[in-house]
Design a binder for this molecule. Sequence first.
Ligand code: SAH
Ligand code: SF4
Ligand code: F3S
Length: 439
Amino acid sequence: MSEPKKLFIKTYGCQMNVYDSERMAEALGGQGYVETKSPDDADMILLNTCHIREKAAEKVYSELGRFKGLKADKPDLKIGVAGCVAQAEGEEIMRRQPLVDLVVGPQSYHRLPEMEAKTRTGEKALDTDFPEEDKFEKLKNRPKAKRGPTAFLTVQEGCDKFCAFCVVPYTRGAEVSRPAGRIIREAQDLVERGVREITLLGQNVNAYHGAGPNGDMTLAGLIWELNKVDGLERIRFTTSHPNDMDDALIEAHGTCEKLMPYLHLPVQSGSDKILKRMNRSHTADSYLRLIERIREARPDILMSGDFIVGFPEETEEDFQATLDLVEEVKYGYAYSFKYSTRPGTPAAERPQVDADVADERLQRLQAMITRHQREIQDSMVGQTVNVLFEKPGRQAGQMVGKSEYLHAVHVSDPGLASGDLRKVRVVTSGANSLGGELV
Ligand code: SAH
Ligand code: SF4
Ligand code: F3S
């Protein structure tokens, strides 16, 4: 028998790309590929890319340039670009970097096997369609390999919201939800393979409205169905839009035992003027009132969010409103980015904020976020949390896992194994993680 061909995939961007990379590896598994951790011995290199900010997209081209030597040594090596840069730039990638044999957009990766075969005949392959068929159904025949205790599961993809700064509606296309039955079956399959925690993914996951047995199901409905899956211990979901947080979903945070007390709910800015210009369709106040309701349902919930600073026409006063909002919410985690101009989006045409001013604002915001993050993490000391252990820690005999609030927790105990869900008393709070002992 011939040696299996080796596939190296590098993943950029959001969790959905992580999920997609797994599916692409499975699709190419049917073509005789096994994954390798190094590009050096690969027969095929795939970059699964992100287009969200300019830097993310530029990284792809510099990474591609580095494969020149590899391809010179091994002319049979095939190089592919997948993901959101592939969707946004298509043929432009092949023009800019002739090393590239294959370009596949996020909605077409179930066609990878045919595309790979085409490249083996010496042709280039490009597919950035938004096809009608269900790519997930086409990818059903998966190997039943054992898995780690946590997994992502895409339930919804795409976005119809068109925030003025964002490329996602263009790269991922219109909002589409997968039918509930297929999601439940995929969850059951994951659990049979060792998974105990599932994070439901969607660019607008709480807008989920997949076909169910009695008409469309909401995300809350889907979560309650997953709550019944034996052996599944934890459910999370990301990313949510404030406008799609319905009452049932808020209530589920208080009543659904497998739903974890963590919610990523990006607001982007605390200024109503900027929110309006971002086309966000919520105000700072409506967002704050929403969080109040969520905290009434689940007082200990840990909030996380995303912010953009230096959006076109943001004044010092607008930025101060963002700081005020952050001070009020106190996020356990928050991700903040300097506005990055994305060609083709409405905000790209507007008067830009000076780069130094934006840098300075970003630093101030990040300092505040870090302070809150640290205070919240430190406040866990003395509390008992549930930890799902995932992998060995840095020190010998140590295991690390996540609490229900998504804090990393280290415990040294020879009896611990990956997949164990145990009660832990938190004893220390370090730079980025907690330390504890089994109760
Ligand atoms: N669907 C998610 C966002 C996906 S993009 C949502 O609606 O919140 C992840 C984050 O990247 C966004 O929340 C935003 O904070 C940031 N982002 C998106 N476009 C950006 C841009 N042009 N410049 C800077 N940050 C951006
Ligand atoms: Fe982008 Fe999220 Fe806005 Fe959609 S809702 S356009 S994904 S930021
Ligand atoms: Fe990036 Fe595409 Fe995700 S642009 S953030 S990989 S949806």
